[in-house]
Write a protein that binds this ligand. Structure first.
Ligand code: ATP
Ligand SMILES: Nc1ccn([C@@H]2O[C@H](COP(=O)(O)O)[C@@H](O)[C@H]2O)c(=O)n1
Length: 217
């Protein structure tokens, strides 16, 4: 079973995807980490004439070992860098095979990102599009950073998230929209456990429908 989980920054899609992976005993890939690793590889070169070429080369050379330094990869500024390399078509193309190969593992997988249901796995068995309002997302990200001891300016963080969302949504190569057959799940008023229960219900119901059997009540 392939489960595609998409949504904007800090909507909780990674948390949900990893909960689903645990529940269904499937491997999980946070595809944002790939773009973040490419962003880190070209950190400090923004504005340089060879920025695009360097990002493309970094995407083509990406190695799984670059996905381990989660402190650096998940820093807020790395998210901004990631969204800057994510607008480069050849970067997206270079990262496609890694994601597609992961999705096609025997038994299936859970992938989360921006274009999983639209571009990477248009054939996914279940697609979820996770939404939460901007203020809730900012607050979640602020608490996540504060838990790591990072001092947070909520006003700046809110604008940083909005700016990243705008860049992602306007990305002509991005595919960042809800696939027609994706299930919308708004988690603004749901805690982590409630959101996961809702997601599991959607997955079970969709799979039961596909199998033509009785739907779970
Ligand atoms: N439903 C929820 N209620 C409250 N907090 C949540 C919820 N879902 C996730 N969180 C918390 O919000 C933070 C961001 O969640 P997560 O990393 O899953 O978001 P994301 O959409 O994957 O973010 P990004 O796109 O930036 O990678 C985490 O600290 C997580 O524990
Ligand atoms: N499938 C994806 C995943 C991510 N991106 C870009 O990377 C940025 C960081 O992603 P997070 O999920 O870790 O927030 C994101 O803002 C996108 O620009 C992408 O394009 N496609």
């Amino acid at each position: 079973m392939i489960i595609a989980v998409d949504g904007p920054a800090a909507s909780g899609k990674g948390t949900l995807a990893s909960g689903l992976a645990r529940h269904y005993d499937l491997p999980h890939l946070d595809t944002g980490l790939l773009y973040r690793a490419v962003g880190l590889a070209v950190e400090g070169r923004e504005g340089a004439p060879d920025f695009e070429d360097a990002a493309i080369a970094a995407a083509r050379a990406l190695d799984a070992a670059q996905l381990t330094d989660l402190d650096r990869l998940t820093a807020a500024q790395t998210g901004v860098l990631a969204s800057k390399v994510a607008v480069i078509a050849q970067v997206r193309a270079a990262l496609y095979d890694f994601q597609r190969d992961f999705a096609l593992r025997p038994g299936g997988a859970v992938l989360d990102g921006r274009d999983i249901g639209t571009r990477i796995c248009p054939d996914a068995d279940v697609k979820l599009f996770i939404q939460a309002d901007s203020k809730a997302r900012m607050e979640r990200r602020a608490r996540q950073l504060e838990a790591r001891g990072v001092e947070v300016d909520r006003y700046a963080l809110y604008h940083q998230i909005e700016e990243r969302d705008a860049r992602d949504m306007l990305n002509p190569h991005g595919g960042f929209y809800k696939a027609d057959d994706a299930h919308l799940l708004d988690t603004t008023l749901l805690g982590i456990e409630a959101a996961l229960r809702a997601a599991i219900e959607i997955v079970d119901r969709t799979m039961a429908l596909k199998a033509g059997g009785p739907q779970p009540s």
